[in-house]
Design a protein around this ligand. Structure first.
Ligand SMILES: O=C(O)CCC(=O)C(=O)O
Ligand SMILES: [Fe+2]
Length: 339
């Protein structure tokens, strides 16, 4: 199976091969612009001024409840590091196909997995996307090529964990829980962190293909950053909204495990990535979840007689398998464990 990058570079592509052409509902092609996407100011969230902090916590709670998405600004990861990571990811995809294929993964839990589409054994239509996935916590794994790649990623994922730890504190407080509640309950010190680097090469007819179809992420939270090309669209009140990232911001979305944990109070975000004609889009996501063998169920504090558990308890590893073994399709994975 060739990568999309290889396909695009091997012949000056004028049309899209038929196995990449996806059937879209007419309403899927309509999207709506809005300036109301929530923004969370990280420095306020971690402020020593209690009023400032509680305001930010309230905004965070509202963003999780009403959107499942926000742009994180004024955070502690330097612009220099973010740019370095994006350059390093681009140079990984610029390795020869032979070099990248050393990392061809077959199994979901292979520590490092290079591939194309989502799961080529179940995808009916191929996606306009190549990827590299690395399990980076509790054990760090990354390709040894290109030089410096692994070191850059390791520096980045450590910073990224620090951000998530603070976000989870804010989320716990927004739910009326003690600030380290989710961290402890999810055993986050040994939590799983999966790095997903997406590469969407330019496409002559983006309207015919999909980078990533509508889906939700499996973890608690996903932090995403990207190069200068846009492509993420989020679903809000049944409408597709394109995201225009602010400079130096993170795109943060809630995942299925936050929905399970909060018994549906903070719903996971349905989102997708579209292709473009202009150039190669790179996005770098990190999915943060509990340890793979941790069983997650709705928090007892958020379950009441008149609000019984809406999701079955499931081991994180089994949930990831459930998602991987079916085509990506909106909330279909979460629906499988809905009570
Ligand atoms: O590339 C993007 O903007 C989204 C990527 C994504 O949704 C994912 O990797 O799960
Ligand atoms: Fe996603």
């Amino acid at each position: 199976m060739s990568s999309v990058k290889e396909l695009v570079e091997s012949n000056s592509l004028k049309s899209v091969p038929s196995n990449y052409v996806c059937i879209k509902n007419p309403e899927d092609s309509i999207f709506y612009e809005t300036e109301n996407i929530p923004t969370i100011n990280f420095s306020q969230l971690t402020s020593s001024n209690p009023n400032e902090r509680s305001k930010a916590i309230q905004q965070l709670g509202e963003a999780c409840r009403d959107w499942g998405f926000f742009l994180l600004i004024n955070h502690s990861v330097s612009e220099t590091l973010m740019e370095k990571v994006l350059r390093a990811c681009q140079s990984f995809f610029d390795l020869t196909e032979k070099e990248k294929r050393e990392y061809l993964g077959r199994e979901l839990f292979d520590p490092i997995r290079y591939g194309t589409s989502f799961n080529v054994t179940v995808d009916k239509t191929l996606l306009w996307r190549d990827y590299l996935k690395c399990h980076v916590h509790p054990h760090f794994n990354a390709p040894s090529k290109p030089p410096g790649f692994s070191e850059t990623l390791e520096e980045y994922i450590t910073k990224d964990r620090e951000l998530v730890e603070e976000l989870l504190k804010g989320i716990s407080l927004s739910l009326g829980l003690e600030e380290n509640y989710i961290h402890k309950k999810m055993n986050a010190d040994l939590g799983s962190q999966l790095l997903v680097i997406n590469c969407y090469p330019p496409c002559p007819k983006p309207e015919l293909v999909m980078g990533l179809p509508a889906h939700t992420d499996h973890g608690l939270l996903t932090l995403l950053m990207q190069n200068e090309l846009e492509g993420l669209q989020i679903q809000h009140s049944g409408k597709w909204i394109p995201v225009h990232p602010l400079p130096n911001s993170f795109l943060v979305n809630t995942g299925d495990h936050l929905e399970i944990l909060t018994n549906g109070k903070y719903k996971s975000l349905v989102h997708r990535a579209v292709a473009n004609t202009k150039g190669t889009r790179i996005s770098v996501g990190t999915a943060h979840g509990p340890p793979l063998d941790h069983v997650v169920e709705p928090l007892p504090e958020l379950v009441r007689d008149d609000n019984p558990p809406s999701y079955q308890a499931i081991k994180y590893r089994d949930y990831m398998k459930l998602q991987q073994n079916h085509e990506l399709n909106g909330k279909s994975c979460l629906d499988r464990i809905r009570i």
